[in-house]
Every structure is written in C-alpha cells, then in structure tokens.
Design a protein around this ligand. Sequence first.
Ligand code: FVH
Length: 280
Amino acid sequence: MNTNTITERITVLGLGAMGRALAGALLAAGHDVTVWNRTPGKADGLVARGARSAPSVAEAVEASPLTVVCLLNNASVHETLEPVVGKLAGRTLVNLTSGSAQQARELASLLGEHGVRSLAGGIMAVPPMVGTEGAVILYSGERDLFDQVAPVLSPLARPHWVGEDPGFAALYDRAALSGMYGISAGAIHAVKLIHAEGGDVETFKREVLAPWMELTLPLMVAGAVVSEEVPEEYNADMQAVGLETMLATSAAAGVPDELAGHLRASLWVMRRAAQAGQVA
Ligand code: FVH
C-alpha cells in the first residue's frame, strides 16, 4: 500500500477543544472530513466550514477509511468504539486520546483482533498550536502504516514515529509531560518561596528565574541518566547538602511541604549517587 491508498476522507470522533482543532486543521488542508460528537452542537462551526456531521458513531466510521479518535480518556474510547468495532474492520484508526502505554497496547490488540489497523498517538501541543510550526504528534505502531498515514495527518502537527510498540507514543508522551510538570513544580515552588518572604515575584521571574531556567534546562536534560551516575562535576555530596538547605529554607518560609517534592526527589538521587561513589 502506498500513501494514495488511504484517501483524504477522514473521520474525527470527539469534538472537545482538541478534536475541534484537529478537525479544523484537516478541513483547512482540504480533506473531506466527517465528524461525530456524543453531545450534539459541537460540530456546528465545523459543518459551517464544510465538515459533515454524522448522526451516529457507526455512520461516522463508515464514512471514511481513516478515523481519528480524540476523546477524554481510555474509558470513553472503549465506550465509543466497542459497539462499532465490526464496522471498522478493514479500516485504519488513529487514537490520539491520552492514556497509558498499557491502555494503548490493549486497544491496538483489540482492534487488531477485529481486522482494524491502528496507530497510537500522543499530541505534544495544546489546541491553538494544532497546525502550527512546533506542534508534534508522537505515533507508535507498525512503521509501514505510519508511513502511509503520516502525510495525510501532517497538517495537524509534525508526525514523529517512536516505535512499533503501540504503547510507546503514550509512554513518550507521559514521560515528556513528567519532565514538563517537574519544571512547572519547581517554578511554582520558587515563586511561592519568594512571595512568602516578601520578595517581588515578577522581578524575580523576569530577572532571575527565567534566565536561570533557560541556561540550566539543556544541562538538566543532558544530565538526566538512568543509572545512579551523575556527571562528576555535579558533586553529588555537595548537591545533597544544598538540597537540604533548600528544604530548610522552604520549611522556614512556611511554603507547604507538598510543594517541595521535587527537592526531595533530587535529594534522593544525589544521596544515591554519593553512596554509589560517584562523588568528584
Ligand atoms: N486540550 C489539551 O490541551 C490537551 C493537549 C494534549 C492532548 N490532550 C488530550 O486530548 C484528548 C481530548 O482533549 P480535549 O481538550 O478535547 O478534551 P475536552 O474538551 O474535555 O473534550 C473531551 C471529549 O471527549 C468526549 N467524551 C467524554 N466522555 C465521553 C464518553 N463517555 N463517550 C463519548 N465521548 C466522550 C466529549 O464529548 P462531549 O462531552 O462533548 O459529549 C468531548 O468530545 C484528551 O485525552 C486529552 O488528554 C488535550
């Protein structure tokens, strides 16, 4: 099969904020788009732009050889797809709903048993970013299917394949978000600390925090290792002492202990590294 065998008729199931953005980008790229949403009314803006609104999931999936699913969670995906899985046989399904790696593997397996080829995806973008430079969608599943689908779905975001294992798109997506939330937690803790002691948060963010985080982010990513090694120049003992001071400063300022979890996690890493003899 080459890319031409998947036509440009595409069905989108789920018209939340992300589903509407995806369907809109496909319409803007000239695709023939059929949409369905559990609650009526969300298709109106897309219909005005040329989409067809299907009255049922079954009619929606029968309208196109390729269906993109973007629902709230794994439970809503199964609730929506299981009654129509027979109608999907011989078609292709791309699930862009967030979930766990195991959920993605189970869905791929269920679909495969019913003759449905599928890819799992993880959207690395928020709705306004869809269709713009910088937006990425991670895909996993069979490489040849990705090669067919990627050009068709490239108007959504840059397609990036991460492996044959259907769980890998979810795994990479969840892991990348873990990195992002780690940064977010650190930034929130930092401004709470400044505020608690009467500092000017906006000045701190602009003049100290933002430049510092921009400088250190690449080092933090490069220094994240799986083993208990930290780069020698980090000096794990020294880092552990510094982290204890940060925790004490936070406690003295009355910042809730729940916001200091990232410091305790780093302290655990540095103590393990020091114990493993990775000290400069
Ligand atoms: N929005 C974002 O910033 C993030 C960016 C990264 C990827 N996520 C994931 O995308 C999935 C959808 O997110 P969303 O932003 O579109 O979410 P909502 O606006 O809340 O829309 C949810 C849609 O799911 C439908 N739905 C919910 N439960 C069911 C169900 N049991 N059966 C059928 N459909 C269901 C809901 O329908 P309705 O409430 O309008 O009837 C919406 O269409 C999500 O996995 C994010 O993690 C977005």
